[in-house]
Each structure stands twice: as structure tokens, then as C-alpha cells.
Design a protein around this ligand. Structure first.
Ligand code: NAP
Length: 315
């Protein structure tokens, strides 16, 4: 699950191997899917809706479909033209809400400007909202009730529990307050009895706030924003950010453009020298997000059928 960083200095952090941990989550999902089929004749199904031709979204959707099939579930892909109307996408969501073979529905965001993400999420049956974005699920989570938990925060919490065991009493700082990551993760960490600070663009003296934290989660969208000297010695750092930056050291593409690479929201090279453990980008939180989407689909299926929920697939 974990390996020592290659820096080889005495203080270098453990690298939290999200790719390997995500593979174990998917194995557990596959075992539960096999049991649902064998014992109840049920195959969980995940429907993914893609609007338009955005290349990054196409890659995500392809990858989700492939992994859904790999764990033995049914994958239903719905590709809609960029010109699709609100009425048309609502009609599709209504159909998926009613379809007993579909246990999870995910609309790939972003959608074109003429469509509202808020209205789309609100149209999805909360019990099939495997992205955990519906206000019903946000409200259930905030009030400590059983919810569908947004996949990225769920993946972050699984990694933290695997790394640290009990989180009770720890000081956690979440940088970012989005509905997708920051807010639900803060709720989850509170539920784990952490003392949680949520930082954002108006936070005063951010370095000082972060220096007090045993757990730092960065979900900002700013390349390498958090340097090592903001990190308390031995803290656990979870980097949610995915940022593509130019990498001139890799040379140029055939069309003359500069090659790129992915970096997170923390400056890995300096943070790895201070942290106790840290997730890399890529290979940290990213793979956990898709694994948790599959886990949520199995959980949604079990709830829909009134079957016991697989505790190991949720938190
Ligand atoms: P978002 O909706 O844009 O939210 C960004 C948050 O960062 C906001 O709350 C913003 O504060 C805060 N922020 C911006 N500049 C800041 C600064 N200088 N100091 C402190 N806080 C600052 O982004 P998101 O959807 O949460 O995503 C965050 C990052 O995670 C992105 O890089 C995204 O690509 C990545 N992501 C990764 C995964 C994954 O699977 N690994 C999944 C989802 C997202 P205000 O609220 O004050 O504006």
C-alpha cells in the first residue's frame, strides 16, 4: 500500500500509493458484485451521461466504463450532442431514474453553458446519485445520516484511515470549500472527530493555519501552491489537485507545442521532506475517485434492494 519516497533522506515522507489502494478497493467491489450475482441474481448497473465532445471528459467516461465492466457491473453510456436541450437531458435522467437495471447515475461535468449543473443534479434520484452531489445527500451527510458520499472526499477519507487509523482529535485543514470536495470532506473529517478548519481564497495567513495541521488536504486547483515550509513536520498531506502545466524539460510535441505534465496543489518535492506521508499526483487521490464511484454504485444497489450494505465499501 505504501512505499518510502525515493529521496532517501532520513525525514522523507511515506508516499501513499493511491493507485495500489484503489486496486484493492476495486477488488472488494468485484467480490461484492460476484456475490450479488450468485446469491440474488442482481448485477449492479452504472449509467454515465456525457454531453458533447470534450476530449478530457471522453477519456474519463471511457475509463469509468472500462473499470465498471472489469468489476463485473453493467455499464450504460449515454452520449448526447453538445446541442442537447434541457428537456432532452431531463427526459433521459427521468428514464434512468425509473430503470430498475440502473443503480447509479453520473452526469459527466462540465456540461455546456446552456445547461445548469445544479438543475441536472437536482433531477437525479438521490438514491442513484453516486456522485453524492444532490442536496438531499449533502444534507444527510451534514446531519450525520446515511448518505451517498461524494467520490473524491470518500477516497480521501479511505486513504487517511488506511494511513493513520483513528483520526480522532487530529487537527485537519481542508484548503478549498467546493461542494464537490472541500465541504463534504470537512463534514467527513468532523464525523471522524477531527478539529476541522476549512480554508479558502479569503483565509488570512494561510501558511500559519496550515502549519498547525496534522492533516492537510489541498483541493484548490492552483499548481504547487503549498510549499514544504507551510507543512508541520510529520503531517499527512492529501493532494486532491490535478493541474496540467507546461514541462519544457520534456521537449515539444509534433505541432511545436511544449509538452505538459500533471502536478497537484502542493509542491511535492519540498513537502515530501517535511510531511510524514503524502499522496503523489498522479497516482494518489485520482484513482481512488473512480474506485469510490464503483463502490458507491454497489452501495446504492444494496440499498435499493434492501440488502445489507458492504461496510468495507463505505465510511
Ligand atoms: P473549485 O470548485 O474551483 O474550488 C476551489 C477552492 O479553492 C475554492 O473554495 C477557492 O476558494 C479555493 N481557493 C482558490 N484559490 C485559493 C487560494 N489562493 N488560497 C486558498 N484557497 C483558494 O475546485 P474543486 O472542484 O474543489 O477542485 C479542486 C482541485 O481538485 C482541482 O485541481 C480539481 O481538478 C481537483 N479535483 C480532483 C479530483 C480527483 O479525482 N483527484 C476530483 C475533483 C477535483 P473560494 O471559495 O474562496 O473561491
Amino acid at each position: 500500500m505504501r512505499c518510502l519516497s525515493e529521496g532517501n533522506t532520513a525525514m522523507a515522507a511515506e508516499i501513499i500509493d493511491g493507485k495500489a489502494f484503489a486496486a484493492t478497493v476495486r477488488e472488494k467491489v468485484a467480490r461484492h458484485v460476484a456475490a450479488l450475482k450468485a446469491d440474488h441474481g442482481i448485477t449492479p448497473g452504472l449509467a454515465v451521461v456525457l454531453v458533447g465532445e470534450d476530449p478530457a471528459s471522453q477519456v474519463y467516461v471511457r475509463s469509468k466504463g472500462k473499470l465498471t465492466i472489469e468489476v463485473g457491473m453493467n455499464s450504460y453510456e449515454h452520449k448526447l450532442p453538445v446541442t442537447v436541450s434541457k428537456a432532452e437531458i431531463f427526459a433521459l435522467i427521468d428514464k434512468l431514474n425509473m430503470d430498475p437495471a440502473v443503480h447509479g447515475i453520473l452526469v459527466q461535468f462540465p456540461v455546456p453553458d446552456h445547461l445548469s449543473e445544479t438543475e441536472i443534479v437536482a433531477r437525479i434520484d438521490p438514491s442513484k446519485d453516486v456522485d453524492g452531489l444532490h442536496v438531499v445527500n449533502a444534507g444527510l451527510l451534514a446531519t450525520g445520516q446515511k448518505a451517498m458520499v461524494s467520490c473524491t472526499p470518500l477516497g480521501c477519507l479511505m486513504l487517511l484511515r488506511e494511513q493513520l487509523g483513528s483520526l480522532s482529535g487530529l487537527d485537519a485543514v481542508v484548503i478549498g470549500r467546493s461542494n464537490l470536495v472541500g465541504k463534504p470532506l470537512a463534514q467527513l473529517l468532523m464525523r471522524e472527530s477531527c478539529t476541522v478548519t476549512v480554508a479558502h481564497s479569503r483565509t488570512r495567513d494561510l501558511p500559519d493555519v496550515i502549519r498547525r495541521a496534522d492533516i492537510v488536504v489541498a483541493a484548490v486547483g492552483r499548481p504547487e501552491m503549498v510549499p514544504g515550509d507551510w507543512i508541520k513536520e510529520g503531517a499527512t498531506v492529501i493532494d486532491v489537485g490535478i493541474n496540467r502545466i507546461e514541462a519544457p524539460e520534456k521537449g515539444t510535441n509534433e505541432d511545436g507545442s511544449v509538452k505538459t505534465r500533471l502536478v497537484g496543489d502542493v509542491h511535492f518535492a519540498s513537502c515530501v521532506e517535511r510531511a510524514g506521508a503524502i499522496t503523489p499526483v498522479p497516482g494518489g487521490v485520482g484513482p481512488m475517485t473512480i474506485a469510490c464511484l464503483l463502490a458507491n454504485t454497489v452501495t446504492a444497489c444494496c440499498r435499493a434492494k434492501g440488502l445489507p450494505e458492504p461496510d468495507e465499501l463505505t465510511v
